[in-house]
Write a protein that binds this ligand. Structure first.
Ligand code: ADP
Ligand code: MG
Ligand code: MG
Length: 888
C-alpha cells in the first residue's frame, strides 16, 4: 500500500483516504490553482498507527521520499540553517471535527534557521514572529502545554511595551518572547522545544494521529454518529506567509453569501497576518471587498478562482487564502455550510444557472432545514438587546418573563403569563415547569443535556449552556456582564441561534408556513424569494416521491390544515379525544355501568356525538382515506385523578355527606388500577371485554360514511384495531364490525366500502404478521408503541430519566423514539411488512407515530417499501420533502 500522496496525485473524491482537506487541496492543485506544494499522509496510515500503536514501517521512508521531492521542487531544505523550507502539518479527517488537533504552522524553524529565514526574507521581525508562533502552536497542540500560558506571556509583552496589537511588537520583543516561550515549554512539558526540524515534523504528525482519539473528538463522533474507525489524514504543506508586511495577508471567503445565497463578494481579510488570526479576532479584519483597493491584482485573481471553484464543485464553496508579497495562494476549500434558507435558494439558483438538475437540487436540502424554516422567528429588523449566547438546542423564538424554578413557572403560566424557565441545568423534577414554559434557558450543559433532550422532544424552544450567564436560583436572578435580570423581567431566547435577549423581541411568523397555509405567494422581495425556492423544491419532491404522506389528525380543523400542507389522507385519527370534555360524564357512566341497560344507554348517547365528529372529519378529507383507530388508552385515563377524588370523598365523609357517585368512581378507579397500564387493559382488549364499545364506534363510522355518501360526498373510512397481538383477537372484532356495517348498509340502503385493518405495535403482531394479514386489509405500524415494547422502554419516563446518560455514553446518538432504530425495531417492521405482503399482496402498509415525520426514518420506510407515512400536520412538508429525497 501507498501511505503518502502528493497533492498532484489525489482528487476530491478521495476523501475517505485523504480526508476532506487533503482531497480538496489535491483537487485545486489539479485545477491549476496556486496551491503551495505538499503531500498527504493517508487515513490508512493513521488507522495502522492507532491499531498497532506504531507507525507503519514503510511510512517513514515514504515521507522522506516525498519530503525530498518537495525540497527539490522548492529549492530549499526543511529547516536548513541558511535558507529553510518551512511546512505546516494539518489534520484533516473525512468530516471536519472539533476536538481534534488542528494545525501547526512554521514547522522547520529553530534557533538557527530563524536567522536564515530573517536573511531570506530580509525581515527580522517576521522571522521571530513566525518562530514564536511555532513554539506556541507546537507547545500547545503537540506537547500539550496549556495555551493560556503563552497567551498570557504575549499579553504581558504587549503591556510592557504599551502596545495593543501583536504587529506592534518588534523583532527584539519577539526574540525575548521566544526565550520566554521556550522556558514555558521546558517547565511544562519537561523537555526542550525540539531543534531538529524532522523531529518537529514527525512529532506533529503523530500528534495529529493521536488527536483522533482525544476525548472531545470521540464524544463528537458519538454524537454525530461518525464511525470511530475512519482515522484522520495529515497534510504537509509548504508554508506561504501572510505576515510578511502590509503587502501580505490572509483571508477567508465564500463564493456566495452563506446566509442568503446571493452571489457577491463575501469574506474577511487581514493584512500582515498568519493562519487563524482572521477568525481568532485578534485584530479587526476588513471586508473582502476592500482587498480590491489593497491589492487589485490578487483580488481579481481571487474572484476568478472563486468562479472556477463554484463551476467546478457546482456549489457554494468556502475558501482560505493567503497573499505573500502580492502573490495569491489557496490554502483550503470545501463545499461550505449555509443557513437553512440559503440551502433552498442556492439549490434553485444552481438549477437556474444550469449547474445542477432538479434531482440534485433535492439532495442539496434536508427536511431538518425545512423544519427549521417553519419555526416563527425574531424580527431581524427589530431592535434587540442581546445579553448572551448559548447553544442552539431546540429551535424557535420564545418570549416570556424570567422564572427560576418550576413551581413559579407553573403558577405563573396557570395565571396566563408566558414564562421562560431559567435554570443552571434542568433535571427530571423540572419537567412540569418545562412544559409550562414558553422556552428553557440554561447556563450549563450541551446538546445532549437534560434540558436539550427533553425540550427537543417536546418541540419547545431551548438555549442551553449559555456559560456567561450567572444563574442564581436562590435569589431568583441572573447576572451577565453587569446586567441583572430579576424574576419577572422579560427575556427572549432564540433556539435557532442560541442568542439571549433582554426584553421582548417581536416575533414574526415563518414565511414558509404562511406559504403552506396559502396566505403568501412567491414574489420579489427577500422572504418571497425563499418561498419561491421552497415552492419549487417541494414540487420536485412531490413529483418523484413514491411514499404518500398522511396526517395524524383527530378533528376537522387539523384535517383541513393537514390538507393545506399537502396531506393525502389521515393515517391516524385517535378517537379517545372524542371521549373527553363534556362527554366525560357519559364515559364515566359507561365505565361505572352495573347493568347491561345502563351500559347500552350511555353507549347510545355517545353514538350520535361520535357520528357527528366523523361526518365533519370525512367531509374535511373528502375523497381521501381516513384511518380511524378504535379506542386505545386504558380506561382509567378517563376517570378523575385518584388523589383528588380521595380527598373529595374524605371531605364529604367528614361532613357526613357522602356523594354516592364519587364513591362509585373511587371504587372504579381502584378496580381499574394497573401496575403497568401501558401493558394492561387497552386497545383491542377493551373491545373484547367491554361489550358494545367497539361496535358503537364502528356504527358511528359507518353511519357517518353513509350520511356523507347520501350528501354526494366521497368518504373513505378505514377502521383500525389497535394493540393486536394475535390474529384471533382481530378476527373476533372484525366479525362483529362486519356485522354492524352490514346492518348499517341495510338500514341506510347505502353500500359502504370500509376497510378493516390493524396496527402492528406489539412484537408478537410483527412476528406473526403473516397470520394477521389474513384478517387485515391494511397494517399501520405504530412505531411509538413498537419501540416501547421492543426495547422495553417506557416512553413517558425514559426521556427524562436515563436517556441523557445513554446519549452521553453514546449508546445511541439520538433517541429511538425520535429516529427509528433500524437494526431492532426497523428490522421487525421490514420482516412484518414482507410477511404481510406474502399473505396478501395488496396489503396496504403505512406507519403512524412520531417516526413518520422524522427525516431518517422516512428514508427507511421508503426503503422497506411502505405505502405511506403519517405524521402530525406540521411535519407533513418535511415528510413530503424527505420522501422525495429518498426516491430521487
Ligand atoms: P483548520 O482545519 O482549523 O481550518 P488549517 O489546516 O486549515 O486548519 O490551518 C489553520 C490556518 O493555517 C488556516 O488559516 C490556514 O489557511 C493556515 N495555513 C495552513 N497551512 C498553511 C501554509 N502552508 N501556509 C500558510 N498558512 C497556512
Ligand atoms: Mg482551515
Ligand atoms: Mg399505540
Amino acid at each position: 500500500v501507498k501511505f503518502v500522496y502528493d497533492f498532484t496525485e489525489g482528487n476530491k473524491d478521495l476523501k475517505d483516504l485523504l480526508g476532506g482537506k487533503g482531497a480538496n487541496l489535491a483537487e485545486m492543485t489539479n485545477l491549476g490553482l496556486p496551491v503551495p506544494p505538499g503531500f498527504t499522509i493517508t487515513t490508512e496510515a493513521c488507522k495502522t498507527y492507532l491499531d498497532s500503536g506504531e507507525e507503519p514501517a514503510a511510512l517513514r521512508d515514504e515521507v522522506s521520499a516525498h519530503l525530498d521531492a518537495l525540497e527539490k521542487e522548492m529549492g530549499k531544505k526543511l529547516g536548513q540553517a541558511d535558507n529553510p523550507l518551512l511546512v505546516s502539518v494539518r489534520s484533516g479527517a473525512k468530516f471536519s471535527m472539533p476536538g481534534m488537533m488542528d494545525t501547526v504552522l512554521n514547522i522547520g524553524l529553530s534557533d538557527k534557521s530563524v536567522q536564515g529565514l530573517a536573511k531570506q526574507s530580509g525581515d527580522d521581525r517576521f522571522a521571530w514572529d513566525s518562530y514564536r508562533r511555532l513554539i506556541q502552536m507546537f507547545g500547545k497542540t503537540v506537547l500539550g502545554v496549556d495555551g493560556d500560558l503563552f497567551e498570557d506571556a504575549l499579553e504581558a509583552a504587549k503591556k510592557s511595551k504599551k502596545v495593543t496589537v501583536d504587529t506592534e511588537l518588534e523583532a527584539a520583543d519577539l526574540k525575548k518572547l521566544v526565550t520566554k516561550f521556550k522556558k514555558i515549554v521546558k517547565s511544562e512539558a519537561g523537555r526542550d522545544f525540539p531543534q531538529d526540524p524532522r523531529e518537529q515534523m514527525d512529532l506533529a504528525i503523530k500528534a495529529v494521529f493521536d488527536s483522533w482519539n482525544g476525548d472531545r473528538a470521540k464524544l463528537y463522533r458519538r454524537q454525530e454518529r461518525i464511525p470511530h474507525d475512519l482515522g484522520t489524514a495529515v497534510n504537509i504543506c509548504s508554508m506561504v506567509f501572510g505576515n510578511l508586511g502590509p503587502d501580505s495577508g490572509t483571508g477567508v471567503a465564500f463564493t456566495r453569501d452563506p446566509a442568503s445565497g446571493h452571489q457577491g463578494v463575501y469574506g474577511d481579510y487581514l493584512q500582515n497576518a498568519q493562519g487563524e488570526d482572521v477568525v481568532a479576532g485578534i485584530r479587526n479584519t476588513v471586508p473582502l471587498a476592500d482587498l480590491e483597493k489593497i491589492d487589485k491584482k490578487s483580488y481579481d485573481q481571487l474572484m476568478h478562482i472563486m468562479e472556477t471553484l463554484e463551476n467546478h464543485y457546482k456549489d457554494l464553496c468556502d475558501i482560505e487564502f493567503t497573499i505573500e508579497r502580492g502573490q495569491l495562494w489557496m490554502l483550503q476549500t470545501r463545499v461550505g455550510k449555509r443557513t437553512a434558507g440559503a440551502a433552498f435558494r442556492i439549490a434553485t439558483q444552481l438549477v437556474d444557472q444550469g449547474l445542477i438538475d432538479e434531482a440534485e437540487a433535492l439532495q442539496r436540502v434536508t427536511g431538518a432545514q425545512l423544519a427549521q424554516l417553519m419555526f416563527p422567528r425574531f424580527d431581524e429588523e427589530a431592535e434587540a438587546h442581546q445579553i448572551g449566547r448559548g447553544i442552539a438546542a431546540s429551535p424557535g423564538a420564545a418570549v416570556g418573563k424570567a422564572v427560576f424554578d418550576s413551581y413559579t413557572a407553573i403558577k405563573w403560566s396557570r395565571s396566563g403569563e408566558k414564562v421562560i424557565l431559567i435554570r443552571r441545568e434542568t433535571n427530571p423534577d423540572d419537567l412540569d415547569g418545562m412544559i409550562a414554559a414558553e422556552g428553557i434557558l440554561t447556563s450549563r450543559g450541551g446538546k445532549t443535556s437534560h434540558a436539550a433532550v427533553v425540550a427537543r422532544g417536546m418541540g419547545k424552544t431551548c438555549v442551553c449552556g449559555a456559560e456567561e450567564l450567572e444563574v442564581d436560583t436562590k435569589r431568583r436572578r441572573l447576572t451577565v456582564n453587569g446586567t441583572v435580570v430579576e424574576e419577572g423581567d422579560v427575556v427572549s431566547i432564540d433556539g435557532s441561534s442560541g442568542k439571549v435577549y433582554l426584553g421582548e423581541v417581536p416575533v414574526v411568523p415563518s414565511p414558509v408556513v404562511e406559504y403552506f397555509e396559502g396566505r403568501m405567494h412567491a414574489g420579489a422581495d427577500d422572504a418571497d424569494e425563499l418561498v419561491a425556492a421552497v415552492h419549487r423544491i417541494m414540487a420536485y419532491a412531490d413529483r418523484v416521491r413514491r411514499l404518500r404522506v398522511r396526517a395524524n389528525a383527530d378533528n376537522a380543523e387539523d384535517a383541513l390544515r393537514a390538507r393545506r400542507f399537502g396531506a393525502q389522507g389521515i393515517g391516524l385519527c385517535r378517537t379517545e379525544h372524542m371521549f373527553l370534555g363534556d362527554r366525560r360524564e357519559l364515559v364515566e357512566r359507561l365505565i361505572l355501568a352495573d347493568t347491561e341497560t345502563e351500559r347500552e344507554d350511555s353507549l347510545k348517547q355517545l353514538l350520535p356525538l361520535q357520528k357527528r365528529d366523523f361526518v365533519e372529519l370525512f367531509e374535511a378529507m373528502d375523497g381521501l382515506p381516513v384511518t380511524v383507530r378504535l379506542l386505545d388508552p386504558p380506561l382509567h385515563e378517563f376517570l378523575p385523578d385518584v388523589t383528588e377524588l380521595s380527598v373529595r370523598v374524605a371531605l364529604a365523609e367528614s361532613r357526613k355527606d357522602p356523594n354516592e357517585n364519587d364513591l362509585r368512581l373511587l371504587q372504579a378507579v381502584h378496580r381499574l388500577h394497573e401496575q403497568n397500564p401501558m401493558l394492561g387493559l387497552r386497545g383491542v382488549r377493551l373491545g373484547l371485554v367491554i361489550p358494545g364499545l367497539f361496535t358503537m364506534q364502528v356504527r358511528a363510522i359507518a353511519e357517518a360514511a353513509a350520511e356523507r355518501k347520501n350528501a354526494k360526498g366521497d368518504p373513505r373510512a378505514e377502521i383500525m384495531i389497535p394493540l393486536v397481538g394475535t390474529v384471533q383477537e382481530l378476527e373476533i372484532v372484525r366479525d362483529e364490525a362486519e356485522q354492524v356495517i352490514a346492518e348499517v348498509e341495510q338500514a341506510t340502503g347505502v353500500r359502504l366500502k370500509l376497510a378493516l385493518g390493524t396496527m402492528i405495535e406489539l412484537p408478537r403482531a410483527a412476528l406473526t404478521a403473516g397470520q394477521i394479514a389474513e384478517a387485515a386489509e391494511f397494517f399501520s405500524f405504530g412505531t411509538n408503541d413498537l419501540t416501547q415494547t421492543v426495547w422495553g422502554f417506557s416512553r413517558d419516563d425514559v426521556e427524562a430519566s436515563f436517556f441523557t446518560a445513554y446519549l452521553e455514553k453514546g449508546i445511541f446518538g439520538v433517541s429511538p423514539f425520535e429516529t427509528i432504530d433500524k437494526d431492532g425495531v426497523g428490522s421487525l417492521v421490514k420482516s412484518a411488512a414482507d410477511a404481510g405482503r406474502a399473505t396478501r399482496p395488496d396489503l396496504k402498509l403505512g406507519v403512524c407515530g412520531e417516526h413518520g415525520g422524522d427525516p431518517e426514518s422516512v428514508h427507511f420506510f421508503h426503503e422497506v417499501g411502505l405505502d405511506y407515512v403519517s405524521c402530525s400536520p406540521f411535519r407533513i412538508p418535511v415528510a413530503r420533502l424527505e420522501a422525495g429525497r429518498a426516491a430521487s
